[in-house]
Design a protein around this ligand. Structure first.
Ligand SMILES: Nc1ncnc2c1ncn2[C@@H]1O[C@H](COP(=O)(O)OP(=O)(O)OP(=O)(O)O)[C@@H](O)[C@H]1O
Length: 774
């Protein structure tokens, strides 16, 4: 490590402005003594300069570099943000991965990260204490990897050019009192260069409460939010243990940290970071909500004045070796460390949080990331979550990760020209819709179905907020109880859910796939096809001219504003049913045909079905009357002739630029049919992708020669193979997404132009990344 190029930077105005003197007196002589050659040394000249210095320095070197940094946490924050948010240039552009190692010399005011790594013995440590990191570097000791917290601050979804800011913290991300303190204390820096200015600013803000809607996001690996129980002296699963935890304000205090147990040498606000070292990458949150006080009645100026004393008690206890986490209320609202009353502080360990400040509460709109203050626009929000190893590379290469909080079962990208950045993600209870604009994603709709989702389809009506002010989200979803749902949200209306297909009239087996009708006329948003384990293809008319709802549960409107404004309930969709010989797995439509669906079954047969062929004759008909073509996967046929039972299922996909090309997987094989050259239903090309069984097959909508196959076998891990139609027998491009025991639950291509990108669901995560195939 000592042989890496060495850059020295110090901030001459941080802390009490003694960094330069300290470096001249102690740091440079010690480096000389250790025979370590400094390649470049700089004093920062302005705010933001440190980031530029380090970015420009690393552009000149391919491998690891070391930066000796004399500053506080703010300058470190600038460097981390510059390195993670700017694209690599110079020789770095072609370098796969290398690290920037930091040697900290604490010259700032609070030096939270340094004091957490090198715990001070007293408040007045001498030069030897400040040189501990430098000495460790000279000895070539271990390097501590940093966990980082990324916060996206987004403007309201309704704004035409909704914008995002991204802040990366290595220490603290906060709102409420802590953000107000940091906001106000900067103006006090000149007269109070030490930590006293934080106390003055705290006192000036101590009676404030902050109104916001908050969600706590689970840690990806454990999938739960944990809360500290001072009686058991351990973390326990939060009472509201269904993944995401909703928290109601107002808040007196809300702060999260990574890497640090303290924000000043003695202010141990998140002491459990060092006492219960997190097993997984996570955030520690400390929050104080006044309404937990048993004497709280209502939010008045007097109530806030009275509570100020209690907030002060929390801050004071944090200075007493982090004892605030043991404080409880007595029945009459006094603060004690005894008894069984509610805790004054809620100490949370989780994967992230979302903060949606109340429009009318200006102070609630402040957000602090390592001392840098941001303002959340009215109607906007901030989402903060931890990021893991390799996340810097992710950000540089346009990778986006979505943590759903619970297992993801279905991902479906919107293929409409005006919706190419939209992605629907469905899990245990809900369908979430994201606008994906690397390196970030923004959730723009959330539909809580309360049941596991088994299939999704995007309506051709959907338009992204990126494309129009009059945007619309329209999706159909199937749930594990075989119910179907039309989910809508638009620029003028909130989430609306309309249930149909329940009861006797609908499916009575798991709905495995669905798609809207093809073609380019208006009907394509009117009809939606569903296929299920019950061997039925059902084509639903979402806008029937007649309401024939007998025997069908009445329409359900469980959310949204449209429910009350609609004069009459919407008529129940009617279904046209075609029965097949075996359980059905996939259904596809095509942009050039409004009358056909491509249906695959679990035995590897594929049917091209003209569902409008002769409705009189074949109503409630069978596949024989309506199927135009039956394609047979020879491998599947031989298996079934030999009576070999298999858990393999057939999965078919229709290439959208060419109506004659169909691709499918069955078992280890994939097959491609060219319908313009019929060969008795046999494929024109076959190959092997995963010897122990491929599962899903999808064509790339933006580069139609590419198709991707994923295996669901857990023996491989989460892997996707990319094939090229022009070289079907060549080895596929293998993309390893996650090791065993992960497996790909579902995947789809994004429809945005440029480098093709995949969205892959595994576990609780969806990762969206450019496939980078030459
Ligand atoms: N030459 C300069 N002139 C003015 N400001 C500068 C200069 N160099 C750096 N800065 C700014 O100084 C600010 C304070 O630096 P830093 O956060 O490192 O010290 P601090 O605030 O005293 O310590 P801490 O963050 O540990 O409390 C940073 O936000 C940085 O942008």
């Amino acid at each position: 490590m000592a042989s890496c190029p060495l850059l020295v930077i110090y901030n001459p105005v941080c802390g009490d402005s003694t960094a330069e003197a300290f470096f001249n007196e102690h740091v440079f002589p010690r480096l000389e003594e250790a025979h370590l050659q400094v390649v470049q040394k700089n004093a920062t000249g302005a705010a933001g300069h440190a980031g530029t210095i380090v970015s420009e320095f690393i552009e000149k070197y391919e491998g690891d570099v070391t930066v000796i940094l004399g500053s506080g946490d703010g300058t470190l924050h600038e460097i981390i943000n510059a390195l993670s948010l700017e694209s690599p240039k110079g020789v770095r552009e072609k370098v796969a991965s290398s690290s920037v190692r930091l040697v900290l010399v604490p010259c700032g005011t609070a030096n939270a990260l340094y004091c957490s790594l090198f715990k001070p013995d007293s408040m007045h440590e001498g030069p030897a204490y400040k040189l501990k990191s430098l000495e460790a570097f000279i000895r070539d000791s271990n390097v501590v990897p940093l966990t980082l917290a990324i916060t996206t601050i987004s403007s309201p979804q309704s704004t035409q050019q909704s914008c995002h800011k991204v802040a990366i913290s290595a220490v603290v991300t906060s709102t409420a009192l802590h953000a107000s303190i940091l906001h106000d204390s900067e103006s006090l820096r000149k007269e109070m260069p030490g930590i006293e200015r934080f106390k003055v600013a705290a006192w000036n803000n101590i009676t404030r409460w902050y109104s916001s809607q908050v969600k706590l996001l689970p840690t990806p690996s454990t999938q739960v939010v944990e809360i500290y129980d001072p009686d058991q002296k351990t973390f326990v699963t939060h009472d509201d243990n269904h993944g995401i935890v909703d928290v109601i304000g107002p808040f007196a205090y809300f702060l999260s940290t990574v890497n640090v147990d303290r924000l000043e040498p003695a202010f141990r606000i998140t002491p459990l970071v060092s006492e219960f070292v997190p097993a997984e990458i996570s955030l520690d949150i400390v929050m104080v909500r006044p309404h937990r006080d048993p004497t709280f009645v209502t939010d008045t100026t007097e109530a806030r004045q009275v509570f100020a004393e209690k907030a002060t008690a929390v801050l004071t206890a944090a200075y007493q070796d982090g004892n605030h986490i043991n404080l409880k209320y007595t029945d009459d609202g006094k603060i004690t460390t005894e008894g069984t009353g509610p805790t004054v502080v809620e100490y949370i360990r989780c994967g992230g949080w979302e903060w949606i400040p109340d429009d009318i509460d200006e102070k609630a709109q402040l957000l602090c990331s390592d001392g840098t203050i941001f303002s959340i626009e009215k109607g906007g929000k901030a989402v903060c979550w931890e990021i893991r190893d390799g996340a810097f590379e992710d950000m540089d290469s346009g990778v986006v990760r979505i943590n759903n909080g619970s297992d993801v079962f279905v991902v479906r990208a919107c293929y409409n020209d005006d919706g190419a950045d939209l992605l629907a993600v469905a899990g245990e209870h809900s369908v979430e819709v994201f606008r994906v604009t690397p390196p970030i994603s923004e959730r723009i709709a959330s539909f809580h179905l309360g049941r596991r989702v088994t299939a999704l389809a995007w309506s051709p009506r959907s338009i992204s907020p990126s494309s129009s002010d009059d945007w619309v989200i329209e999706i159909t979803a199937a749930a594990s109880d075989f119910s179907l749902h039309l989910l809508t949200k638009s620029s003028t209306s909130s989430e609306n859910m309309f249930a149909f297909g329940g009861g006797l009239s609908g499916h009575h087996g798991k709905v495995n796939d669905m798609c809207f009708c093809g073609g380019r006329d208006q009907d394509n948003a009117r009809y939606v096809a569903t296929v299920a384990d019950d061997k039925m293809l059902m084509v639903w008319d979402l806008h029937p001219s007649l309401d024939i709802s007998s025997g069908i549960p009445s329409p359900e409107r469980s959310m949204g504003t449209n429910a009350s404004s609609s004069p009459r309930p919407r008529p129940q969709p009617t279904a046209y049913v075609i029965t097949f010989p075996h359980p059905l797995v996939t259904v596809n439509s095509h942009q050039f045909s409004s009358k056909e669906f491509l249906v695959s079954d679990c035995r590897g047969s594929i049917f091209l079905t003209d569902w409008r062929s002769d409705p009189e004759q074949s109503e409630q008909g069978s596949w024989k009357q309506s199927s135009v073509i039956e394609l047979v996967e020879p491998h599947a046929l031989s298996k079934s002739l030999m009576g070999v039972s298999s858990q393999w299922t057939g999965f078919a996909a229709w290439r959208q630029d060419n109506i004659d090309i169909v691709g499918a997987t069955y078992g280890s094989r994939f097959s491609i049919w060219d319908l313009s050259k019929p060969q008795g239903g046999k494929p024109s090309q076959t190959g092997i992708s995963f010897p122990d069984g491929g599962h899903q097959f999808r064509w790339c909508p933006t580069n139609p020669d590419y198709f991707a196959i994923a295996s669901q076998s857990p023996t491989k891990g989460a892997v996707v193979h990319i094939h090229d139609m022009n070289y079907v027998h060549a080895q596929p491009h293998v993309i390893n997404i996650a090791p065993r025991p992960h497996r790909v639950r579902d995947f789809d291509f994004m429809a945005r132009r440029g480098n093709p990108a995949l969205a892959v669901a595994y576990g609780v995560e969806v990762v969206i990344f450019p496939i980078g195939v030459e």
